[in-house]
Design a protein around this ligand. Structure first.
Ligand code: AP5
Length: 238
């Protein structure tokens, strides 16, 4: 994918069920538009690995496939969005995940972020990646991740050149703890109950775009780039 450094695209929000391809697509957005990926799952896993106060609370909740309470996510996200690399824009992957988180994000952007943003006020482009249920199960069962560079693979769909080995840095690929069958079920249930209302939140405000995530990765990427570039060209400015 060619890199596009000539213009800032502002905030991008990716919505979708576990396994929909948010992380995969976020990395492509990063590469094309040179904006950082903010994955709340990655941030929380880092807190767990460092055994911070937040990490100690989040560990068991994540292991059960449930969502961490909203109020524990806000400081973590605010701190990250205040960093200077987010000024031209960022791609949020895994946040917001409940309707209150969506309201919090709008308020944070309005009350704090837009004042410092290099683009001024530019509402996020919100893209929901839709994937059918059986495909989600198949993808999660085959996912492998590089613990060093974060690259995402799939033994069925996007395998590394050498089995269990990262193409980029040679690290041994790992299976995420929460990709175990019983945890996947709980994560998908949490998505149905708590995260679907986020799409309603944006839909009711006329701000929800969708991408067909059942298609091959490159085709999903093409839909997402089109949505981002149309938005940047003017539709989302206010
Ligand atoms: P998080 O890390 O955010 O996980 P998730 O939302 O469950 O999403 P995943 O990372 O599993 O999937 P993805 O959509 O990124 O798919 P991927 O690109 O990897 O959250 C983990 C936990 O943290 C939560 O359960 C919760 O406890 C906590 N948490 C996080 N954020 C929170 C928040 N805001 N509030 C409260 N709690 C929070 O792709 C999946 C696989 O499919 C890969 O193998 C990939 O290679 C393959 N693939 C992708 N696209 C395609 C395609 N088009 N065709 C074929 N294969 C594909």
């Amino acid at each position: 994918m060619a890199q596009e450094t000539s213009r800032n695209v502002g905030p991008v929000v990716l919505l979708g069920a576990p396994g929909a391809g948010k992380g995969t697509q976020a990395k492509r957005i990063v590469a094309r538009y040179s904006i950082p990926q903010i994955s709340t799952g990655d941030l929380l896993r880092d807190h767990v690995a460092r055994a911070t106060d937040l990490g100690r609370i989040a560990k068991d909740i994540m292991a059960r496939g449930e969502l961490v309470p909203d109020d524990l996510t806000y400081d973590m996200v605010a701190q990250r969005l205040r960093q200077v690399d987010c000024e031209p824009g960022f791609v949020l992957d895994g946040f917001p995940r409940t309707a209150p988180q969506a309201g919090w994000l709008d308020a944070f952007l309005e009350n704090e972020f837009f004042d410092n943003s290099k683009r001024g006020k530019c509402l996020p482009v919100v893209i929901q990646i839709n994937v059918n249920y059986n495909e989600l199960l198949h993808r999660l069962a085959g996912r492998r991740t590089c613990p060093t560079c974060g690259r995402i693979y799939n033994v069925h769909l996007q395998s590394p050149r050498v089995a269990d080995t990262c193409d980029v840095d040679g690290s041994r690929l790992i299976i995420r703890d929460d990709d175990r069958c019983e945890v996947v079920e709980a994560r998908l249930k949490a998505y149905e109950l708590q995260t679907k209302p986020v799409a309603d939140y944006y839909w009711s405000r006329g701000r929800l775009l969708t991408a067909n995530g059942d298609l091959p990765v490159d085709e999903v990427t093409a839909q997402i780039f089109r949505a981002i570039e149309n938005h940047a060209a003017g539709s989302g400015k206010s």
